[in-house]
Design a protein around this ligand. Structure first.
Ligand code: ATP
Ligand code: MG
Length: 443
């Protein structure tokens, strides 16, 4: 691709972006920047998604104002990021991200002197060299992410052939793919994410290095990878994203223990549990239901936990084995992707409650019903049952038990005096009957 400094200008009459589709807050920010004498364009996913006829997730703005200048213009503004200094302008729930035009990352000796710091692998550590809009276009990741909507002329400016790639449905890195992945290996994950989300094809040259370069993700901080994992799996296309990550050999660099289990049992139920969990996440997002990283991670790491607990269970109770396996699996996972405690604690509870579903003696089920994590843990139990784990009968019992009126639940309880009936570990695979003798209804 030739680097050209004159953009192709697509006038308003020849593209479909109308101001009515742009967030009024983003327009407000652009107009105020312009009034103060700066240049302001919509750029990135906002332009890309509008051109594809989709509703953008957020609106990013590019400007020649420096972050401090943006800060001075807006009362509701915060400066964030060290590696990449940005201004966030907040309007209620909506954040408009304003980034100063930046120079393309040079990979020569001048780079450090100019303020771009790279490590031995060529990875960018600091990236705060401001530049022109042309510079800014070339330092972006994919051609389809480097289109600018100029609020002054309503035209789209294309420096890198993004419009043609968008029309052809192609995701293509700007510049030399190997160099661009070395600079920032997260671009590999972004390629997969956009391919899954937008249904586009990754260009052969952009795709080619991914398999061999996946290990570079090991140098990315677990905190950044955690953010990326959420974007990958909580954006409504988790199943497709998972398939593509595995196909391109990237999943193993994010979740190595899970990958090992998947390989051991290819086609078996670990994959079924995970794909079912991802599918249910996608379906919840499609109808605007909340999704939590705790449940997602519980599913992603369940098989390593289950496999490890199975090895430990001879020496301790099932509950203790799961706790210890959870400790080990989480500690190993945190070296790859972070998981803040506000998510790891509920994830642990979801796992810890699994053996407790088997305890149906005395008042225990009634106590479990009041557990704050019951709903998530029960959903997880259903997932295990659907995926073929030997918990179908328990899952059916709980489905019926939860559905009963409060006063009717006592009848279902297993009296203390009949422990064997309630505590069997092995249960018939099929045709499990409840204590009342009626087949459990499925809903
Ligand atoms: P979406 O917000 O829908 O997930 P997006 O393309 O807007 O997609 P953001 O992460 O919001 O993604 O980034 C905004 C823009 O910043 C991108 O479109 C791209 O131009 C640029 N960008 C983001 N991350 C990188 C990166 N790692 N390397 C180069 N450019 C990037
Ligand atoms: Mg965006």
């Amino acid at each position: 691709m030739d680097q050209t400094l004159t953009p192709t200008v697509i006038p308003r009459a020849e593209h479909c972006i109308s101001r009515s589709k742009i967030s009024p807050n983003a327009l407000k920010v652009m107009y105020r920047l312009r009034a103060a004498g700066f240049r302001a364009c919509l750029v990135g996913g906002g332009v890309r998604d509008l051109l594809l006829g989709r509703e953008p997730k957020d609106f990013d703005i590019g400007t020649d104002a420096h972050p401090e200048e943006v800060y001075r213009l807006f009362r509701n503004c915060r400066l964030i990021g060290r590696r990449f200094r940005l201004a966030h302008v907040q309007f209620g729930d909506e954040i408009i991200e304003v980034a100063t035009f930046r120079a393309q990352t040079p990979d020569d000796e001048e780079s450090e002197a100019r303020g771009v710091l790279t490590d031995d692998e060529g990875r960018i550590l600091r990236d705060n060299v401001y530049g022109t809009i042309e510079d800014d276009a070339f330092r972006r990741d994919f051609t389809i992410n480097a289109l600018y909507y100029d609020v002054e002329t309503f035209a789209v400016l294309d420096y890198v052939g993004g419009m043609a790639d968008l029309e052809a449905g192609v995701i293509r890195l700007i510049g030399d793919p190997e160099q661009r992945y070395r600079e920032d290996p997260v671009r590999m994950l972004r390629a997969i994410r956009f391919a899954a989300k937008l249904g586009l094809r990754i260009h052969a040259e952009t795709e080619a290095p991914i398999h061999a370069f996946g290990h570079l993700l090991r140098d990315i901080s677990p905190a950044r990878l955690f953010d990326e994992v959420l974007k990958l799996f909580l954006a409504g296309h988790a199943v497709q994203t998972f398939e593509l990550l595995r196909l391109h050999g990237l999943f193993r660099h994010l979740f190595p223990a899970t990958e090992r289990c998947l390989r051991r049992e290819s086609g078996g139920f670990p994959r079924t549990l995970l794909t079912r969990a991802l599918d249910s996440t996608d379906r919840r997002i499609a109808v605007d239901k909340p999704v939590t990283p705790a449940f997602l991670y519980a599913a992603l790491l369940w098989e390593p936990v289950r496999a490890r607990a199975a090895c430990l269970v001879g020496a301790s109770s099932e509950s203790d084995a799961i706790q210890q396996a959870a400790d080990e699996v989480i500690a190993a996972q945190l070296r790859h992707t972070a998981l803040p405690r506000r998510f790891s604690l509920p994830m642990r509870e979801i796992w810890a409650l699994q053996p407790r579903f088997e305890e149906r003696i005395g008042k225990r089920p009634l106590r479990l019903l009041n557990h704050p994590r019951l709903r998530a843990a029960y959903d997880f139990l259903l997932l295990r049952a659907e995926a073929g784990e030997d918990v179908q009968e328990i899952a059916q019992w709980w489905t019926r038990f939860i559905a009963l009126e409060e006063g009717d639940r006592e009848v279902e309880l297993v009296p203390e005096a009949a422990p064997k009936d309630g505590k069997r570990r092995r249960r018939p695979r099929r045709g499990g009957k409840g204590r009342s003798g009626t087949a459990a209804p499925q809903d």
